[in-house]
Design a binder for this molecule. Structure first.
Ligand SMILES: *Cc1c(COP(=O)(O)O)cnc(C)c1O
Length: 572
């Protein structure tokens, strides 16, 4: 085991993220944002990029999902033992919260790549004797508690994280803020970068905002208003105190409320959205800032099923660290692609039976849908006209769902309950399961095992979406609304299929929504194109599977993404 001090020998990019999904055993993530952060760090380790990640320990995880007999989501804490997986580092720092000193410590996890690259991930923790009992819980629940709890977590992440890097001796080249949760770190940097001014009356000039900007890169992840944290100034004053003068804070973070996105925008020299369209939509949301786009990816080695991995190893050696080689997928014989997928499908069907008792048929076209259960993702859209769906899909389709609703998202929970109740209508004619407790393990079994990956969000609210990339890597074509990454990955009938009209939205507040057209197109394409292709033209279907790998997965991965961050953001 390398001594942690070795990590401090070279300057690094410090990647701050509220959540990180590295493995299922470390439950410090809730969904897409965290998995992206984990995949980012894994690709960075493969590529031997000098980085260090900073996140929260989330001792109680996000939550474990189960269902009542009525199909209502129930939540319980995930207890895990950090000391079994992580190494406690010997130095601590302090942050001030509500005028109290709060001690912060860090646990180290090493991401080891087969290439020999190793990167440190620091998990911040306030559960330390001497901290008051309430403060010891600050790093317990990911996205739990109220606004004040969130603000305290963001103080620990942003300010505590920056200070710990310093006391541990890390040299930081750039700070990468993955979403606005860590924006308070800019205030810590502002204090570090103060410069003397000759005219002592010119307070503002002593605050060297350009030198902080030069250090910071900011990635925004959602065009949904609720996704951008903001805090009232009376709360900020009480909980955070006066770390910088209030007038300056209002200039940088908003007049009426402290908006964490605005703060990060104002103090970063490079800002990006996570897909081309999301860059444009964010640009409209924040006029006056230059917003670039770097499309998200997935870590190929993490998300290829063992079945596909064997094939790739045989026909496209070194694909995992050079995923561009997947462009040569046509070197793999059709039958072997089909058989590898059949293996992944059998593995999923076995899991479905273990968990739900339902026996799915390996010869039936199986559609998968799994992501956070929240209104704009419209998980229940396929059930808009159940009679019609039964007519099209009876005996020809099976549906697998999964996904958690945030504990306070009643609408999301109702959506799940509705889906779980569809079984009563469809019975054995069209099997439907909703798998509990979607997490990285479930995802890596579910996504490669279905035949078609469905996504029908309300446009333009899907910033990127990454589960569709995991599908493509495993030869599972996407059937999706044209939003997020799919606008870039979609070639109709070649890499998969679109749902609904071409994307024309440029802002999130357009009145038109295409739900009726989307539903109609969803049914029409299933009936006239997708079901016939699957059952009557296996060679044609395999061609689409191969194109998903060769024309989508070769590009939509975190290796390509990280090379772009290096050349377009970190080296500027
Ligand atoms: C990939 C992944 C997500 C993200 O899914 P989207 O389609 O981007 O919403 C969420 N949760 C888990 C567990 C994942 O693996």
């Amino acid at each position: 085991m390398t001594d942690w001090r070795l990590f401090t020998e070279i300057p690094r990019i410090a990647y701050f993220s509220m959540e990180i999904g590295l493995t299922t055993e470390i439950p410090t993530y809730s969904g897409g944002l965290g998995v992206l952060a984990g995949d980012t760090i894994k690709s960075a380790a493969d590529l031997k990029l000098p980085m260090v990640a900073i996140t929260l320990i989330s001792r109680k995880g996000y939550f474990r999902q189960s269902f009542s007999s009525d199909g209502w989501q129930e939540e319980s804490s995930v207890d895990w033992q950090p000391e079994e997986l992580l190494e406690l580092l010997p130095r601590k720092t302090l942050v001030t919260i509500e005028d109290r000193d709060v001690k912060v410590q860090a646990w180290l996890y090493r991401v080891n790549s087969p290439t020999g690259g190793t990167l440190p991930v620091l998990f911040l923790d306030t559960d330390i004797p001497g901290n008051n009992p309430e403060d010891r819980k600050i790093t317990d629940h990911l996205y739990g508690g109220d606004k004040e709890y969130r603000l305290k977590q963001e103080i620990v992440l942003g300010i505590g994280g920056a200070r710990l890097l310093q006391v541990l001796g890390f040299q930081v080249r750039k700070y990468h803020l993955n979403e606005g949760h860590a924006s308070l770190l800019t205030l810590e940097l502002l204090n570090h970068h103060r410069r003397p001014v000759e005219d002592t009356w010119d307070e503002r000039a002593s605050w060297n905002t350009p030198s902080v900007q030069e250090k910071c890169v900011f990635t925004t992840h959602t065009p949904v208003e609720a996704g951008h944290d903001s805090f009232p100034y009376d709360m900020v004053k009480r909980v955070l105190g006066d770390v910088i003068p209030i007038a300056l804070l209002q200039e940088l973070g908003g007049k009426d409320k402290l908006n964490m996105t605005l703060l990060a925008l104002n103090l970063s020299h490079f800002v990006n959205g996570v897909a081309k369209k999301h860059g444009e939509v964010s640009q409209a949301l924040f006029p006056g800032f230059e917003i670039h786009a770097i499309t998200n990816g997935i870590h190929p080695f993490t998300w290829a099923s063992p079945y596909m991995m064997n094939l790739f190893d045989e026909y496209l050696p070194s694909w995992a660290n050079e995923p561009e080689l997947l462009v040569r997928v046509d070197n793999i014989p059709d039958q072997e692609i089909w058989d590898a997928h059949a293996g992944a499908k059998a593995y999923l069907l076995q899991y479905i039976e273990e968990v739900t008792g339902e026996q799915f048929d390996p010869d039936i076209l199986t559609i998968g849908f799994a992501r956070r259960a929240t209104a704009y993702k419209r998980a229940n859209m396929i059930f808009t006209d159940t009679e019609h769906l039964l007519k099209i899909g009876g005996g020809k389709l099976q549906l697998v769902f999964a996904g958690k609703a945030h504990p306070q998202d009643e609408h999301g929970k109702r959506m799940i309950q509705e889906i779980r109740k569809q079984k009563e209508f469809f019975g054995d004619k069209l099997k439907i399961v909703y798998l509990p407790n979607y997490n990285m393990d479930v995802a890596s079994r579910l996504i490669p095992g279905v035949d078609l990956w469905l996504n029908n969000p309300l446009r333009p609210l899907e910033a990127s979406g990454t589960s569709g990339m995991k599908a493509a890597l495993n030869g599972v074509p996407n059937f999706s609304v044209l939003d997020g990454w799919w606008i870039e990955g979609h070639i109709e009938g070649i890499t998969g299929w679109s749902i609904g009209p071409p994307p024309t939205e440029t802002t999130t507040n357009e009145d038109v929504n295409h739900t009726d057209e989307d539903v109609e197109d969803l049914y029409a394409k299933l009936e006239k194109t997708i079901i016939p292709l699957y059952y009557s033209d296996q060679d044609g279907w395999i061609q689409v599977m191969k194109n998903a790998i060769g024309k989508n997965a070769y590009y939509f991965n975190t290796h390509v993404m990280m090379r772009r961050y290096v050349t377009e953001a970190y080296l500027r």
